[in-house]
Write a protein that binds this ligand. Structure first.
Ligand code: NCC
Length: 276
């Protein structure tokens, strides 16, 4: 059962993971005055389609990669959480089309989410890692972090910037794909931002290149390319089922092992480009 081929896994993800964002017509949001702050249409209807896309993990192994030009040559680039480009252009490029952020960052004092210019460029997409539930009422009543309070505040300050919220069902549909393709029980925590962003881009792009999600020869214990902090758990996972996510991406990779080793680059096809 868990020995599916790469193309079979790609098909399962395409067919079973719905890339959905919250819209004002969904309950309970339809009953709240602020529900109208949500974008009226799905991100997949508003954004793209793009030909080529780059997913830039925040891994420390991007440091000294010199991948900046290659990353910027894509039609769209997704980055995560507080990952900066300023000062790191040579290694990570400077284009940011989409930034995927978790609700922990939105709520934390340290990140100055409401005021930092880091978040005001490009399209924002946020998600909340609350425990296993895809029911919107249930989730609304027990999000892990105050995602809606922060969302409303941010929207008032930046009403023109596109800002989506991922339907939690997507996290758990993706989690189920990881679980069903492993021979052992994995922790019931949602996939990392990196995998969520990869699947989001597969629904917006024809070709997706993912950088340093599968570590290259530059593999390091340095957590992020933009910080001094070291911890192998950043690459291998603790809370997120990161090792299993990486195993799945390795099996779906359509590029060469050499590309992984030298560039930290994985090549995945957009959902629109293959039939199942
Ligand atoms: O670290 P984080 O992730 O922001 O990284 C974004 C994505 O890059 C991939 N990654 C990162 C570092 C590394 N050495 N190897 C990698 O492969 C992962 O796919 C990761 O998802 C997150 O997923 O949202 C996460 O967020 C941080 C943190 O909340 C934010 O950076 C904001 O400060 C989490 N760290 C902590 O809670 C301490 C991290 O566990 C997951």
């Amino acid at each position: 059962r868990y020995k599916l081929s790469g193309p079979e896994i790609l098909c399962e993800i395409k067919e079973k993971v719905q890339v959905t964002t919250l819209t004002p017509d969904m309950e309970p949001f339809s009953g709240f005055p602020w529900g109208s702050q949500l974008p009226p249409r799905q991100i997949t209807s508003d954004v793209g389609p793009f030909k080529t896309c780059a997913v830039v993990s925040s891994a420390g192994s991007l440091k000294n990669s010199g991948l900046g030009k290659e990353i910027d040559s894509h039609d769209a680039v997704i980055r995560f959480n507080a990952a900066p480009t300023a000062g790191f252009e040579t290694d990570v490029g400077s284009k940011t089309t989409v930034r995927l952020i978790n609700s922990q960052l939105m709520a934390s004092e340290d990140h100055h989410f409401l005021s930092s210019s880091l978040y005001s460029a490009g399209i924002l997409v946020s998600w909340d890692p609350s425990p296993y539930s895809s029911d919107l009422w249930e989730w609304f009543n027990k999000t892990d972090y105050p995602i809606f309070k922060q969302y409303q505040r941010y929207r008032r300050l930046h009403p023109q910037q596109p800002f989506y919220i991922v339907h939690p069902r997507m996290e758990w549909q993706l989690w189920q794909r990881i679980q069903d393709n492993m021979g052992e029980a994995i922790q019931k925590n949602p996939p990392s931002s990196g995998l969520l962003g990869t699947v989001l881009m597969m629904s917006l792009c024809e070709v997706v290149h993912v950088y340093e999600f599968l570590p290259s020869r530059r593999k390091t214990e340095l957590c992020h390319y933009y910080q001094r902090f070291s911890d192998a758990a950043c690459t291998l996972g603790a809370y997120h089922p990161l090792l299993y996510e990486k195993n799945l991406v390795k099996r779906m990779n359509q590029g060469s092992d050499r590309d992984i080793y030298t560039l930290g680059r994985v090549t995945l096809p957009g959902f629109a480009t293959f039939n199942c």
